[in-house]
Design a protein around this ligand. Sequence first.
Ligand SMILES: Cc1cc2nc3c(=O)[nH]c(=O)nc-3n(C[C@H](O)[C@H](O)[C@H](O)COP(=O)(O)O)c2cc1C
Length: 384
Amino acid sequence: MPRILYTPYDLRGRTCRNRLAAQAMELNSADTGGRAGEAVRERYRQLACGGWGLVFTEAVAVSGDALARQSGLMLTRDTLESFKGLVASFREINPSAPLIVQLNHPGRNNCDPLKRIKIVRDDLDDVPVATVTQIEAVRGDFLEAAALAHQAGADGVDIKACHGYLGAEFLRPSNTREDGFGGNSEGRARFLATIIAELKSRFPGMIVGSRISLFEGIRGGCGTPAGDEIVEDLEDMIGMLRLLAAAGADFFNVSAGIPVMTPMLTRPEARSSLLLLDHFRYAKTVKAAFPGVAVIGSAYSAGRRDATALAEENIGRGYADLAGFGRQSLADPFFPQKAAGAPESIDFCTLCGGCSKLLREQRPVRCTVYNPERRPHGSAEDPR
Ligand SMILES: Cc1cc2nc3c(=O)[nH]c(=O)nc-3n(C[C@H](O)[C@H](O)[C@H](O)COP(=O)(O)O)c2cc1C
């Protein structure tokens, strides 16, 4: 039985009762207008019951112009009541686990081609470059959606800046914009840093942080030293995170890659599961640079049967504060309570890629291997 994994962690005054985090996983199952309906609630009820120490919602669009998936969740005044219901049904089962809403603008990955915008002037595609007016409007949408998440009762927000979505593009060395939202470090960090700082001053009790791709694996991408380089050198990104930490970031959820370009980096599959070691190094690098900021590591599902032992080791050595599980939380939402009391009953993710395929095809996402009707082991109050 792992020991450190089941010790509590203080996340800005909220107690995570263990070190296991359910990562953001898009379900593409919202009701009309991006509302959180019964299918979405059931997913979060399962996570609440499963005993996760910290739960991130899937990516939630900050406006009707920001949908990455046709049936993605959206947080606006029109959908607020459905989010209140989502948080309430989670809390009814699990009053303690911090629930963090991941807020997103998909940038050039918008599911509607006509709504695509990009930040970096590059030749990867012919998507229009966002104007300063558009950037300011999106900034306003993030602030508004965060305020609504607070109203809905969530504990915090993740200003998504990973996986090639809009927030990530600002941070790239290839972002040479000359309008205050690119160029030098301050310019590249401005969009995220000003959102974080404003939220921390408006809602001092709110947990605010960002999920980032420390290394994207593209030329001039996050984790390279310059706009024309592809070799990994994390110093530049650490400099970016320093500005976000100075703005008040409470956590960094450390990921890697861009699913539409470098998917193996984001979610190592069976034949590439060794890439998990890169994720361990990325989280360790961020934790060493920011001892006072909570660091969540990613891609633990790739560890399969060894995942809990690996998480125990990394957290024990101080390389991360929490271990994040994405696909494993779909394969078995009751993973934390089972790992504590009945590890033989865990349905381990097989890394088959079935859930990713459903997402790519714009279909509702689920585990394609295990039965979604399965029941938990014990009760939510069980695992410490
Ligand atoms: C179907 C699917 C949906 C995902 N949705 C999100 C998302 O909404 N936000 C996000 O930051 N990452 C998302 N991811 C990435 C996961 O959170 C995670 O980083 C990735 O699967 C690797 O971790 P794992 O090995 O624990 O699964 C998604 C991945 C998959 C396969």
